[in-house]
Design a protein around this ligand. Structure first.
Ligand code: NDP
Length: 273
């Protein structure tokens, strides 16, 4: 049986084994998928050990090992090179290990599923951490008229935007957003503020005039950012549960060559939150 593992620390909370088991059942693929706790010291030896077993065909990697995984693999996809991080390792037919990142395709898949974005959209991306960096290239592939990265620490937003020099990718600090007179079609909150129940300090009118608000964080209740947007009159919004399932679906596709249906899996996870 082909074997897969997700590494992380902590890892007990990971929904990946459940998601991949649902994908496997749905597509009649016979695989095993387990979670494994690692440490900074034993992560790379754990990869060596896993892949010494020829039935191990790939693995997922979550925090805090995504950068180490990028160093371990033989080759990086262009997305992983740009992100400087790997969340999916694939054993290729030639025996080499490819590192890829599926967070970007995962969020784009979810935005398209939600009909949250069209070509030529004005997109505001809040935050400039790992999740924003991982999403950047995929968001640009949607051909927005503007992708504006705004971050609390403005220099990090500038640094991120400089990775892909093109006119429709710009950066600023939160306070500069008041100068944006044209509404955004989509705001994506990729800050970790929601995890601590905080709001990124964005002018209310920027949020109120937006067509769709997406928060990469998710929980059983609407995140503080989504509740705030709703109070301001925004009617179309979503949390990041679909992104989680979307990135897993992309990993599954890279390993198995089959695209699972995400809707039933999102619904099953939502019911259990
Ligand atoms: P990082 O730690 O790499 O980056 C955090 C970002 O949030 C930085 O830009 C930081 O700004 C900003 N930030 C933190 N606190 C605040 C605050 N109080 N106000 C404003 N900005 C703040 O985290 P990640 O990029 O890895 O993850 C970000 C979020 O995305 C998390 O909530 C995570 O759960 C979610 N996520 C969801 C996924 C999914 O599948 N749904 C996948 C990946 C991530 P500064 O630079 O100024 O410190």
């Amino acid at each position: 049986m082909d074997k897969y593992i997700v590494f992380g620390n902590p890892i007990a909370q990971s929904k990946s084994p459940q998601i991949h088991s649902m994908f496997a059942q749905q597509t009649a693929q016979v695989i095993s998928y387990a979670r494994q706790l690692a440490t900074i010291e034993n992560f790379k030896p754990s990869l060596d050990e896993l892949f010494a077993d020829p039935s191990a065909k790939g693995c997922n990697v979550t925090a805090p090992f995504k950068e180490q995984a990028a160093q371990w693999v033989d080759e990086l996809s262009t997305g992983a090179q740009l992100a400087g991080a790997v969340n999916t390792i694939i054993r290729q037919a030639n025996g080499k290990f490819l590192g890829d990142t599926t967070d970007g395709p995962g969020i784009v898949q979810d935005l398209l599923r939600l009909k949250a974005v069209n070509q030529g959209a004005r997109i505001l991306l809040l935050g400039a951490g790992g999740a924003a960096r991982g999403a950047l290239q995929s968001l640009l592939a949607l051909q927005p008229s503007l992708l504006l990265v705004a971050n609390r620490t403005e220099s990090k937003a500038q640094q991120l935007a400089s990775l892909i020099p093109q006119n429709n990718l710009q950066a600023c600090g939160f306070s500069d957003l008041v100068a944006q007179t044209e509404p955004f079609d989509l705001i994506i909150n990729s800050t970790s503020a929601s995890l601590s129940g905080e709001l990124p300090p964005i002018a209310d009118n920027v949020i109120a005039s937006c067509g769709f608000v997406y928060d990469m964080s998710y929980s059983d209740k609407p995140t503080v950012f989504l509740s705030h947007a709703k109070q301001l009159g925004v009617t179309r919004f979503s949390d990041g549960l679909g992104m989680l399932v979307g990135q897993a679906a992309e990993s599954f596709y890279l390993w198995r060559g089959v695209r699972p249906e995400v809707e039933p899996v999102i619904a099953a996870l939502r019911a259990e939150l």
